[in-house]
Design a protein. Structure first.
Length: 250
């Protein structure tokens, strides 16, 4: 489970903070054609946090979005939005009937499970999707990029592309797309997390903190550029995140 204290930081930042704006733009490049090609009317966000992205999905795609999270702390923030359904539940035992949804979205949630338990979550994702239903998944990538923010947020694992593909396919999904993202800032992240943080010991702390407007703009631009490339079909060989689009077999 994510650190409940992090919900307050996210709620303050996610509308305008560079990382959230950039990653939403990347996701639009993948989700826009998915919604255009499929009748994704019944959508589950498994691990909705504060509900902000569920509301974005609802407004952008005019879908019926069920927002679910394990922690009541996140759902309290989600009450701000006009969402049709808020549900408290565990991604390893989803409280929904088989085949209930056309699309399941899960953004940076599975990484909070202990390593080895992701298979149970992916099996549940497949169970609640109708045959041919779509999965949009994002996870943190590469153990070498674990940081003080990872510790503060209670991140339990990170993935490589090969391990994510294997786990999702074992759950019964056909993978249509899997790419790393947040790639252009990878040298900056590696320098900060592997060189500077070990040299400057300090406590675990959230990385979701406001920065000056000029720096926010500077950090956003690489993500905006990646969004254009990913929307055109390019895949990145490394990055700080992994994004996967899949379809339930059958």
């Amino acid at each position: 489970m994510m650190n409940p204290a992090e919900f307050a930081n996210i709620a303050k930042a996610e509308a305008q903070f560079w990382w959230y704006r950039g990653m939403r733009r990347i996701m639009y490049g993948l989700l826009d054609p998915l919604f255009a090609a499929r009748n994704c009317r019944r959508v589950l966000e498994a691990g909705c946090g504060t509900g902000h992205f569920a509301q974005v999905l609802r407004e952008r795609y005019q879908a019926h979005v069920v927002a679910m999270d394990l922690g009541w702390e996140g759902l309290e923030y989600a009450r701000r939005f006009d969402l049709p359904a808020l549900v408290q539940g565990d991604i390893r035992a989803l409280p929904f009937r088989d085949g209930a949804f056309d699309l399941l979205v899960s953004m940076d949630v599975v990484v909070h499970l202990p390593r080895g338990e992701e298979g149970a979550a992916f099996a549940e994702f497949a169970r609640v999707l109708q045959p041919g239903g779509a999965l949009a998944l994002r996870v943190s990538a590469l153990d070498v990029l674990r940081s003080r923010h990872s510790q503060a947020a209670h991140e339990r694992q990170r993935f490589t592309r090969a391990r994510l593909l294997r786990a999702v396919q074992q759950a019964g999904f056909r993978v249509d797309r899997c790419t790393y993202a947040n790639t252009l800032l990878l040298p900056v992240a590696f320098t900060k997390f592997r060189l500077l943080e070990p040299l400057l010991p300090g406590p675990a702390q959230s990385g979701v903190r406001p920065v000056s407007p000029w720096l926010d703009t500077l950090l956003y631009r690489p993500l905006a550029l990646e969004a254009k490339w990913i929307a055109r079909g390019w895949n990145f060989p490394l990055g700080q995140s992994l994004i996967l689009l899949g379809v339930k077999a059958g």
